[in-house]
Design a protein around this ligand. Structure first.
Ligand SMILES: NC(=O)c1ccc[n+]([C@@H]2O[C@H](COP(=O)([O-])OP(=O)(O)OC[C@H]3O[C@@H](n4cnc5c(N)ncnc54)[C@H](OP(=O)(O)O)[C@@H]3O)[C@@H](O)[C@H]2O)c1
Length: 331
């Protein structure tokens, strides 16, 4: 099979297509012909040697993908050959930047008719995380106001739609006017352009938009100053979910920014949660059903061919994407 390998940590040029032996499923595993694979920031960090759990090269990237089951190992009853499924592995496994991938049957969810493999492949990381953080962790209710920094991103664009679907009002931030306009098209009632507003300006706007009450929920993927600002933006009984730090910067937090408001800080990491017993299949099934029913439109920005994996990483790294970036094997 063709697969994208990292033989040395470094820039996008380290992503090279190679010919590898076809993998075979063991007991309890399934073999997928990969149709589409998600390209995530975690993959970029792994490639650059900046991800603590990645192991050493040679590395085959890709923790989420969708495809068709072409073989099953002994004891697999969950899915059958020919079925379309979406799958996710533990951190950086099993390597969906490839034509074939072996994954545990317990990590596979059937894709309903009418949902393209490209949309399905976009769900396990960004969409599932936004879904879990807003609904389960933050307990978002209709009528509440949600702040979504980097709302045009993979996670952000999912969160906007999930929050609007829950009956919440969304304030989304994005770095350009064009991205901000796109976030409004997704359903956000208010957008703020981080290219023109500094921290104080953003906080003043959030206060104005909430009549001084503050927002109810923040879903923060940016970290650094943005996380610290989220604590200030939140009002009484607010919930601030921290789930990433793309800024790769520490936050200076004043406890007086949250305890007097009875606000809560909540941490989230999907792989860690799964390792501690969370089975994502029922949430993924619900999400896939909602996509099939037309409740959500999964924004897939660009689908790059496998051979252009380096270009896909560059695109993500220069913050060009609106929604998800994928790789396709052409299957
Ligand atoms: N904890 C978990 O389980 C979990 C699950 C899913 C994803 N994540 C993480 O969540 C983060 C967001 O994922 P995603 O798929 O939404 O990423 P993405 O589509 O690549 O978007 C990231 C966006 O963050 C904004 N940003 C702000 N400051 C930035 C900076 N200093 N450098 C780069 N970008 C910056 C950019 O939007 P603007 O240009 O508009 O500012 C950028 O497009 C990633 O770190 C990912 O690994 C964590």
């Amino acid at each position: 099979m063709r697969a994208v390998l990292v033989r040395e940590f470094g820039g996008p040029e380290q992503l090279r297509v190679e010919q590898l032996p076809d993998p075979r499923p063991g007991a309890g595993e399934v073999l997928l012909a990969v149709g589409a694979a998600g390209v995530n920031r975690a993959d970029v960090l792994i490639r650059a040697g900046q991800y603590h759990r990645a192991g050493r090269p040679p590395l085959l990237l890709g923790g989420e993908g969708a495809g068709t089951v072409v073989a099953v190992g002994a004891g697999v009853r969950e899915v059958a050959v020919g079925q379309r499924v979406v799958a996710m592995g533990p951190a950086n496994e099993p390597g969906f930047y490839a034509e074939l991938a072996v994954v545990a049957a317990a990590r596979v969810t059937p894709v309903p008719d009418g949902v393209p493999l490209t949309a399905a492949a976009a769900l396990p990381t960004a969409w599932l995380s936004a879904w879990y953080c807003l609904r389960t962790l933050a307990g978002l209710r209709a009528g509440e106001i949600v702040l979504i920094p980097a709302a045009a991103s993979g996670v952000g664009s999912a969160a906007v739609q999930i929050a609007v679907d829950a009956g919440a009002t969304v304030i989304g931030t994005a770095r350009t006017a064009a991205k901000a306009a796109w976030v409004r098209e997704l359903g956000a009632q208010h957008t703020l352009d981080t290219a023109t507003l500094d921290s104080a300006g953003l906080l003043a706007e959030m206060s104005r938009l909430t009549d001084g009450r503050g927002v109810d929920v923040v879903l923060d993927t940016v970290g650094g100053q943005t996380f610290a600002d989220g604590l200030r933006a939140v009002g009484y009984a607010g919930r601030v979910v921290a789930m990433a730090n793309v800024a790769v910067a520490p936050s200076t937090v004043d406890t007086r920014d949250f305890y007097p408001k009875n606000a809560r800080i909540l941490g989230f990491q999907l792989t860690n949660l799964i390792e501690h017993g969370y089975d994502p299949r029922s949430d993924l099934t619900e999400l896939l059903g909602a996509v099939a029913a037309g409740r959500f439109e999964v924004p897939v920005d660009v689908v790059f061919p496998l051979a252009e994996a380096a270009e896909a990483h560059r695109y993500l790294e220069r913050r060009a994407n609106r929604g998800k970036v994928l790789l396709s094997t052409g299957v």
